[in-house]
Design a protein around this ligand. Structure first.
Ligand code: NAD
Ligand code: MG
Length: 400
């Protein structure tokens, strides 16, 4: 058998849902992957356990007190992992000459700069952090081309679409999907935990109910985004950038079973779908090994037990966040960055029980109406837009 070089992997957001699933897949293939760096926001105990298990060269953490505790814990166990602190260290490990692959699994806008650092260093970047692409799509995708980075989608829908699209990615990226014979993308979503709840009850749902997704186990922020379906809106914007699609070429379809992860329709009428159990280790393993295939630990899909697959159109009265995201996709420029920032503030307020579930859409709507949309020409401008939208969102919440 051919000997292949071991790839050195950095996991940004190692302590999160995607980070943990990534480490699970990596641990199944020690002959293919070594771990270069692991990062976390503040959960130093879990990061310590991961360092003791995987012995990365670096561990990065955001909080000074946590960094000290982590360093002393590792020293006590004779672990040689070097502990680094702060945002710049995230970018440093992501762009380091000795790392080949970067899993971008930080949640929210905080992932933008470290993910871009990996892109600018021409790494193989596995993108879970959809918010980075939503905020800065044009600048981000240009940086991918300019620095010859390889960008592979981890979001299950986008990974499915990527698997269904023709192999000659350069063609549709240069000339659009139509030139590759693609008619449209069908972006599926389960509809979340409140798909059938009486509309009047949406006012009273709790953070616990919103985080209890019927099919997927995920971090809290994306779980709330799935309950409002803003997640599907972010994913539509993400799909436009990843596959050079226009918003009209992406149809959102409700599919409650989450067995089909998305589909692609071609001009001859063929529709290709990717199916599997709802377990993020499948897209993670796919992107890690692409274009090869490796074991992920995911159980075989029992298609007989699945029995039926249902589909319906999204209900915009129930999911106003989805409509707001579609409008932001059509306006493009800084509209998606404003939408994303307002949503991050609103979701955090909902999780802290400061606002009601139905007020998330109201806050995003007001911020989008108040803030000017312009074509951003730098990442600094995108970050300034994000900051302004956050301030506006806090002001709207104060005024509720
Ligand atoms: P999570 O909340 O479980 O984990 C987030 C990770 O980011 C943690 O390791 C945390 O320490 C780190 N982090 C948070 N804030 C940070 C900051 N300010 N600076 C540095 N690090 C920070 O989230 P998740 O569910 O794993 O999602 C991660 C990303 O993947 C999100 O963008 C989400 O939309 C995307 N995604 C997740 C899933 C899923 O199944 N969980 C599916 C598709 C896409
Ligand atoms: Mg998804």
């Amino acid at each position: 058998m051919m000997q292949r070089a071991i790839q050195s992997v950095t996991v940004l957001g190692a302590t999160g849902s995607i980070g943990i699933s990534t480490l699970d897949v990596l641990a199944r293939h020690p002959e293919r992957y070594s771990i270069f760096a692991l990062t976390a926001d503040c959960k130093w105990q879990l990061l310590a356990v991961q360092c003791l298990q995987y012995h990365p060269r670096y561990a990065v953490i955001n909080n000074e007190a946590a960094a000290k505790l982590l360093a002393s814990e590792l020293r006590e166990h004779g672990c040689k992992t070097e502990v680094l602190l702060g945002v710049e260290a995230l970018a440093q490990v992501a762009a380091h000459a000795d790392t080949d692959v970067v899993m971008a699994a930080i949640v929210g806008a905080a992932g933008l700069l470290p993910t871009l650092a990996a892109v600018n260093a021409g790494k193989k970047v596995l993108l879970a952090n959809k918010e980075a692409l939503v905020m800065a799509g044009g600048l981000f995708t240009r940086a991918v081309t300019e620095h010859k980075a390889t960008l592979l989608p981890i979001d299950s829908e986008h990974n499915a679409i990527f698997q269904c699209l023709p192999n000659h990615r350069a063609d549709y990226l240069a000339q659009g999907l139509v030139s590759s014979g693609v008619r449209k993308i069908l972006l599926t979503g389960s509809g979340g935990p409140f798909r059938t709840l009486p509309l009047a009850d949406l006012k009273h749902v709790t953070p616990e109910q919103a985080c209890a997704h019927p099919n997927w186990s995920m971090g809290k922020k994306i779980s709330v985004d799935s309950a409002t379906m803003l997640n599907k809106g972010l994913e539509l914007i993400e799909a436009c950038w990843l596959f050079n699609a226009r918003p009209e070429q992406v149809q959102v379809v409700i599919h409650p079973q989450s067995v089909i992860h998305s589909m692609v329709e071609f001009v001859d009428g063929s529709v290709l779908a990717q199916l599997g159990n709802p377990d993020m280790r499948t897209p993670i393993a796919h992107a890690l090994a692409w274009p090869e295939r490796i074991e992920s630990g995911v159980a075989s899909l029992d298609i007989i037990a699945t029995a039926r697959l249902d589909f319906s159109a999204p209900d915009y009265e129930r999911f106003p966040c989805l409509r707001l995201a579609l409008q932001a996709a059509q306006r493009s420029a800084t509209a998606p960055a404003i939408l994303n920032a307002a949503n991050e503030v609103a979701v955090a307020a909902f999780l802290n029980s400061n606002i009601r579930f139905d007020q998330i859409a109201q806050i995003i709507d007001e911020v989008l109406q108040r803030q000017d949309v312009v074509e951003p020409d730098s990442i600094a401008q995108v970050i300034a837009t994000d900051q302004t939208a956050r301030q506006l969102a806090h002001a709207v919440i104060e005024g509720l």
